[in-house]
Design a protein around this ligand. Sequence first.
Ligand code: ZN
Length: 498
Amino acid sequence: MVVGLASGLSWSPLPGTAGASGTVAPNSAVPFGDTTVGANAVSVPNAPIVGMAATHDGSGYWLVGSDGGIFSYGGARFFGSTGALRLNAPIVGLAATPDGRGYWLVARDGGIFDYGDAPFFGSAGAQHLNAPIVGMAATADGGGYWLVASDGGIFSYGDARFWGSTGATRLNAPVVGMAATPSGQGYWLVASDGGIFSYGDAAFDGSTGALHLNKPITGMAAAPTGGYWLVASDGGIFSYGNAAYEGSLGGTVLPSAVVGMAATPSGGGYWLVLGSGVLAGKVVGLDPGHNGQNGDDPGLIDQPVPDGTGSEPCDTVGTETAGGYTEAAFNFDVASDLQADLQTEGATVVMTRTNNAGEGPCVTTRAAVIDDAGANVAVDIHADGGPSDGSGFTVLEPVADGPNDSVIASSNVFAATLRDAFAAGTGMPVADYGGSVDGLVPRNDLAGLNLTTVPKALIEIGNMQNAGDAALEGSQSFRQAAAQAIANAITEFLDGPA
Ligand code: ZN
């Protein structure tokens, strides 16, 4: 519900809706509805913002960083922070007391830090946890709190009662947050796929569990009048029960992911909070192999071009599944998802083609586009046409040939990172054919790798001639998982492990 996109980062609400306009910045809160405190960004946080809480009267809010740094705005007062402490584990959330005169911070290991009039009721910090803590909620009178882990396990303290958990259930997606009911006699847990688990007096008013989400759910807030909102990392809002829809950041190009939200006491408004764009200032090159119309112009596509060690055709048509899903389309679909993921983290993305309706460009041009952009890292995206009884993915890495000499070592590091992240993120095994060693194959016959002057690897995402791999490739959820896994590898390579 956003119009008036001028620079791509400025926004204003639709005419007739409440809310302010402003700039969407990393590490900021963005207001909607009857909020009286506008957008505020932490200009130079020492650590990314990971959560927020509003004061009881809606007069202000706190933002918290993963180092426990607290930033207070409007009527929210500063009562202390862990910003100067050395933490055993990063902070993942906070909750405010009902009078707004204190707050708790919770760390991933279940450690609790209390400030102002927020009493300490206990923590899971000394326990061995099966899964990391991802959030917390306080009871209505502030006499207790719950912690929630990513497996849906619940830890209750003070007057917070245990109403149930998903700790013994096998979840389709990890739990990412929770919210208490206004009475404090129940709570909801929310998973990254938008699945909702309700306990105590928490009513189930709907979920996105059966929808296809563009982006994962990252937070939720309860409406004082009943119902709840879910927010996705792209700023999309899903409202249920009496929770009113007051606008969203869905459709806006964001500099970083939305990591949570907080509601006003009337239920007529909320803030969405953005984290850090860890890839801000980075340039990533993406080359989705082939192109949708390559078959129409053999004269152009078949012409030989020098590829650094010999010559090869300008481009090729690529393979396709038995069902007719072309590799060119698949490569472009994955690259498009990946582009969005990377832009959400603040990266500038350079694509060698911007649609799947053309011919070429030649592989030499593709390499030059990425080299000329000075990309910090690049990925060539393909799917293989191997023997029908072979399956799995392969990462191809460059071999020193002159132009690429200075990026062989870094490319090898990236290739191994990509291999590990792709296996972990998709569950697809490394190829059982084609002579790969642990999923890696050095290649000296491809222009994209021979001519690169930036760290680069080429991934063959499964074998389109294999029925099992083809079924995965045809699945949008698999393609999005593949894109996210590649994005994770790029982030780890450029920014260090998460
Ligand atoms: Zn290909």
